[in-house]
Every structure is written in structure tokens, then in C-alpha cells.
Design a binder for this molecule. Structure first.
Ligand code: FAD
Ligand code: NAG
Ligand code: NAG
Ligand code: NAG
Ligand code: NAG
Length: 497
């Protein structure tokens, strides 16, 4: 390969790039050794983002495809949307972000945990008292009747049957998505209308309770995007025909810590972001990135054959990547929700209970109205045998961390004021033990964009300029579904090396 030869020459040793593990500040750096000069790393693939898809890709590429990698993660840990809080006094862990993983039949995802030394067990569901409160008033709903179980199950079954017909074009990625004129019209229905068409109303509260972590307009958004969040597999888990699992440690961060250990410090750059990038249009030219460590201020140069980009392709994340006009236009077509998760405590909050944000209009059994208006906090949910509560704030892209926290303390304050909760301390005294922005989530685009060939334009970005993509904006945004999707990208990427 010409490209490899060129790198070999640069390194003076004629070694293939993959054999040059670890950083070096030799001739490849361009300016010779010396203080303050950038270190240069040579790899086959530079992976941006060490969340669910990036961490998985790094292990698979290096260990299974024998491809050299370096993983660039802005945070000081791997794991992305996994947010584990560990109680300093008891050592017990509480997961505020990702809760559990779907054991997709025949996919081998659970064995991936075993391989990383993480013992797993079936997900344990805790039994909590459900309390229905309208967070805009702080009052309990006196007449609300949640859907009876048999109706809920029937509705979910109807959803599975309806959604299954779209699986061949929706999963695992967009590879077989039809041209605009052949997109099934059901996928353009606002989910509210899909619910009417398929008689799914009794399923809505349960669907919201599982999907409400990341969609600011679940009922108004297009069914196409809804199926990216609440897919057939998650519906089957609720029906008990598929299962989900958790680590025996009950500490979801465990697998990502083990991935970090496996990869080692020379293949992972934590606390690091890309400052600038040159992506050649030719295979020979490869890519060159400048990456900066926010803690040390140190800059590292990465010379690689390919980029695998995994975070949301937002304007901010893409800014350092010399995008051309067409790439910029396509990626900025995406819109997003924003979500925040936290672990809080406050003496007024009831133990063994989950307080669900349920609008007054949902009474007595108006289930489609059981979804609060954006922005909202979904609930205060007690972690069993503790005084900690899980909170989740969701809004559109404009929801800031400050506003998200205020949503939570305002809801608490209203419940205390309305007498729903006992008066103890002011709501503002709620302790946030952990509060993590998930940033932009649940990518979506308009019907107009879809009819203008958005998916085809998006797909055309896979490969050119030595750039490949995976991550939540490209597939169903559930971890193990994303791994299955990523497994369709990696062989294409490797074949292009
Ligand atoms: C509240 C909540 C709960 C969820 N619960 C579950 C669950 O129980 N089970 C499940 O399967 N899925 C769950 N999900 C979905 C899950 O988050 C996704 O499946 C998965 O995390 C998405 O993986 P990803 O790799 O696309 O993104 P992420 O996991 O978000 O990873 C992206 C990574 O890139 C890093 N990054 C971002 N920008 C840059 C940059 N410019 N430079 C360098 N690094 C960058 C981020 O720090 C992050 O580590 C949940 C999501 C939310 C919001
Ligand atoms: C892995 O790649 C290296 C470098 O290209 C090569 O020397 C080695 O033989 C490969 N190993 C396997 C098992 O393919
Ligand atoms: C719609 O669902 C409800 C309850 O889930 C059921 O009683 C009713 O028969 C269904 N209607 C149709 C037309 O299938
Ligand atoms: C919560 O549940 C636990 C275990 O079931 C029980 O021991 C405890 O008394 C309950 N606490 C309250 C306040 O109901
Ligand atoms: C909480 O305590 C109860 C009673 O001691 C126990 O049965 C249960 O397993 C505990 N739950 C958790 C999640 O620790």
C-alpha cells in the first residue's frame, strides 16, 4: 500500500503503521524532539468519542481486526451515557444514566461483557409505589387510572406487529433505506397519529416511562425517529419475550473501566478533543488531527488512515473537522433533544416510591395525554434501600444545565407547597450528588428533509474523505443495538484501509 510506505518513510524504519505502537516524538513530529513539540501518534484508525460505540469499536478493531487504533475521548473516563454514582460512605453504586442492556438474541452482546471480565445477571426490576403528580401544579392526580396490564400488553403487541414490518429498512442502520418516493407513509406520521392508527393508546404511559429519557416531543415527532428510540427489541423486553441484563456488581461503569484497562494508556487519550483536522480526499493522503488535552494543555498529532467518528455530529463537534459545504449542510440538518440525569436527595421525597410526572389532562384514562410538555423532569425515583432518587430532565437543544436543575427543584418545591410532600427543608436544599449532561441526544430530521433525500445524503458520507461514522445518530440509540449496527460499519471501514 502506498500510504503505508509513505508513513514508513516518515518513520525512517520502513515499518507498517500498525506495527508502530505507542507515541513517539521522533521525526514523525516534523520538528524534531524538543520541549513543547507535539508528540505524533501513528495508527490505522483514530476513533473520536469513547462512549458506547467508540469504546466497543476500539476493542473490536484492535483485538478482532488487528487494526491499530487510538481513541480520543473528551471526558476523563470512557462510557458516555453511563453515569454511575458511588456513595462515598457505603461504596454502593447507583446508575443515573444507562440502566441495563438488551440481550439481543443471537448477537453475542452479552458475551462481550464476559470477554471484558464483567459478570452479568438478568435485570432486576424493583417494585416501587407509583405516584402520579402533575409537576406543573405539584398536585397528585386524584382520578388517574393507569392502563390495566392486559390492555397495556395488547397495545405493545400491536406495536411490535406494526413496527416489525419496517425492520428490514430501519435496522441495523440506513444501509437498505429506500429512496424518498418509496418511504412508507406510516413513518412520516407524527407518533400521535401512529398511536391512533394502530390503537396503541394503552401502551403510551409505559412507552413514555422507558423512552422519556431522551425525546422532547415523543408524540409530535415522526414515527421514523420514534422507532430509533423505542424499537421492537425494547417493546419485546417490556413484553417479556426478550430480556435485559445488568452487571452483577450493579455498577454499569465497570465494563468501560475494563475496556480502558484493556486498551491501555497509549491507545486512549482521555480529557482530549480534536482541535483541527485535515482529511484527504485520497486514500493515500489519510488524515491528520491535532488533539489537545484539556488538563495538561498538551497537543498531540495523530496521523491515521481513517477516522471513525462516534459522537453526535453536531455543529460544535464537527467544527474542528474541515467539513466541506455539502457535509456541513447534511450534518446540520439533524435536530436534537437534550437530556440530563442526576442522583439527588431531599428529606421530603418518599422512600420506595416513584413519582411520575403525569399531566392533569391524562385523567381519568386519557393515556396519550400522559406525556408532559417539554422541557420536563420525568420523575423522582427512589433507589431501593437508599435515600437517593434518580431524576431525568429532557428538553430541546436550548435546555441548559442550569435550567434543567431548576426544572427539578421547581417540581419539588411545587409538591411541597401543594402539600403532596411533607414540609421539611426548602426545595433548593436538594442535594445533587451527581448531575450529568448527556448533551444532544435523539437526532431527528424533518419530513421535508427526508423527502429531499436526507438519508441518502447521510449515507453518502460513509467512507469518503477517509471518514466513517457510527453512534446514536446513525442507528437505534440503545447500546447493544448500536453495537450490532457498529458491526456493520467496521468491516467496511477495515476493507477501505
Ligand atoms: C438517560 C438515558 C438513559 C439511557 N438508558 C439506556 C439503557 O438503559 N440502555 C441502553 O442500551 N441505552 C440507554 N440509553 C441510550 C444510550 O445512551 C445509547 O445507547 C449510547 O450511549 C449511545 O452511544 P454513543 O456511542 O452514540 O454515544 P455516547 O455513549 O454518548 O458516547 C459519545 C462519547 O463521545 C464523547 N464526545 C462527545 N463529543 C466529543 C468530542 N467532540 N470529542 C471527543 N469526545 C467527544 C462523549 O464524552 C461520550 O463519551 C440511555 C440514554 C439516555 C440519555
Ligand atoms: C497484525 O498486524 C501486524 C501489523 O500489520 C502484522 O505484523 C501481524 O502479522 C498481524 N497479526 C495477525 C494475527 O494477523
Ligand atoms: C383498541 O384497544 C382497546 C384496548 O386496548 C380494545 O379494547 C379495542 O377493542 C381495540 N380496538 C380495535 C379497533 O382494535
Ligand atoms: C421500604 O421498603 C423496605 C423493604 O421492602 C422496608 O424495609 C421499608 O420499611 C420501606 N420504607 C418505607 C418508608 O416504606
Ligand atoms: C433492599 O432490602 C430488602 C430487604 O432487606 C432486600 O430484600 C432487597 O434485596 C434490597 N434491595 C436492594 C436493591 O438492595
Amino acid at each position: 500500500m502506498h500510504w503505508t510506505t509513505r508513513v514508513g518513510v516518515l518513520l525512517c524504519g520502513g515499518l507498517p503503521a500498525a506495527a508502530v505502537a505507542g507515541a513517539d516524538s521522533g521525526p514523525g513530529g516534523g520538528n524534531g524532539p524538543g520541549h513543547g513539540q507535539p508528540t505524533t501518534i501513528y495508527r490505522d484508525v483514530v476513533i473520536i468519542g469513547g462512549g458506547a460505540s467508540g469504546s466497543y469499536s476500539a476493542v473490536r478493531l484492535r483485538e478482532d481486526f488487528n487494526v491499530s487504533v487510538v481513541l480520543v475521548e473528551q471526558d476523563e473516563r470512557l462510557g458516555g451515557h453511563v453515569n454511575t454514582f458511588t456513595d462515598p460512605s457505603t461504596g454502593r453504586s447507583f446508575d443515573a444514566g444507562v440502566q441495563n442492556w438488551i440481550d439481543l438474541p443471537g448477537s453475542g452482546v452479552r458475551q462481550f461483557f464476559t470477554r471484558l471480565g464483567v459478570a452479568t445477571q438478568p435485570n432486576v426490576r424493583s417494585v416501587l409505589d407509583q405516584v402520579y403528580v402533575d409537576f406543573t401544579t405539584g398536585r397528585k392526580l386524584p382520578n388517574y387510572t393507569p392502563p390495566p396490564n392486559n390492555l397495556r400488553v395488547e397495545a405493545l403487541q400491536r406495536y411490535v406487529t406494526a413496527a416489525e414490518q419496517f425492520l428490514p429498512i430501519l435496522e441495523p442502520g440506513w444501509w437498505t433505506f429506500p429512496p424518498p418516493s418509496q418511504i412508507p407513509s406510516d413513518l412520516f406520521l407524527p407518533f400521535r397519529d401512529f398511536v391512533k392508527k394502530y390503537n396503541l393508546t394503552a401502551g403510551v404511559p409505559g412507552i413514555f416511562a422507558t423512552t422519556g429519557f431522551g425525546m422532547h416531543d415523543m408524540m409530535g415527532g415522526l414515527t421514523l425517529w420514534f422507532m430509533r428510540s423505542f424499537n421492537v427489541n425494547i417493546a419485546r423486553v417490556l413484553l417479556g419475550t426478550e430480556s435485559s441484563f445488568v452487571p452483577v456488581s450493579r455498577r454499569n461503569q465497570e465494563i468501560y473501566d475494563n475496556i480502558l484497562t484493556l486498551l491501555g494508556p497509549s491507545d486512549v487519550l482521555l480529557s482530549s478533543t480534536v482541535v483541527s483536522a485535515q482529511r484527504s480526499a485520497s486514500k493515500k493522503g489519510g488524515v491528520t488531527l491535532q488533539v489537545r488535552n484539556s488538563k495538561t494543555g498538551k497537543t498531540t498529532k495523530i496521523v491515521a488512515k481513517k477516522i471513525l467518528f462516534t459522537p453526535v455530529p453536531s455543529d460544535q463537534n464537527m467544527a474542528p473537522f474541515d467539513l466541506d459545504k455539502e457535509e456541513k449542510k447534511t450534518l446540520s440538518t439533524f435536530d436534537y433533544s437534550a437530556s440530563f440525569v442526576g442522583v439527588i436527595s431531599h428529606p421530603s421525597l418518599p422512600l420506595n416510591a416513584s413519582i411520575l410526572n403525569t399531566p392533569s389532562a391524562a385523567q381519568p384514562a386519557n393515556w396519550p395525554a400522559a406525556v408532559p410538555e417539554s422541557p420536563y423532569n420525568t420523575r423522582f425515583e427512589n433507589y431501593p434501600n437508599s435515600t437517593y432518587f434518580r431524576v431525568i430532565a429532557v428538553g430541546d437543544q436550548t435546555l441548559t444545565e442550569k435550567k434543567a436543575k431548576k426544572l427539578i427543584t421547581d417540581a419539588l418545591g411545587k409538591m411541597i407547597k401543594a402539600g403532596t410532600l411533607p414540609k421539611t427543608k426548602p426545595a433548593e436544599d436538594a442535594k445533587f450528588h451527581l448531575f450529568m449532561p448527556h448533551g444532544l441526544v435523539s437526532a431527528y430530521a424533518s419530513e421535508k428533509a427526508l423527502k429531499g433525500g436526507f438519508i441518502q445524503k447521510l449515507q453518502s458520507l460513509q467512507g469518503p474523505k477517509n471518514t466513517w461514522y457510527t453512534g446514536a445518530s446513525w442507528g437505534v440509540h440503545l447500546t447493544t443495538n448500536l453495537w450490532v449496527f457498529t458491526d456493520t460499519v467496521l468491516p467496511k471501514l477495515v476493507a477501505s484501509l
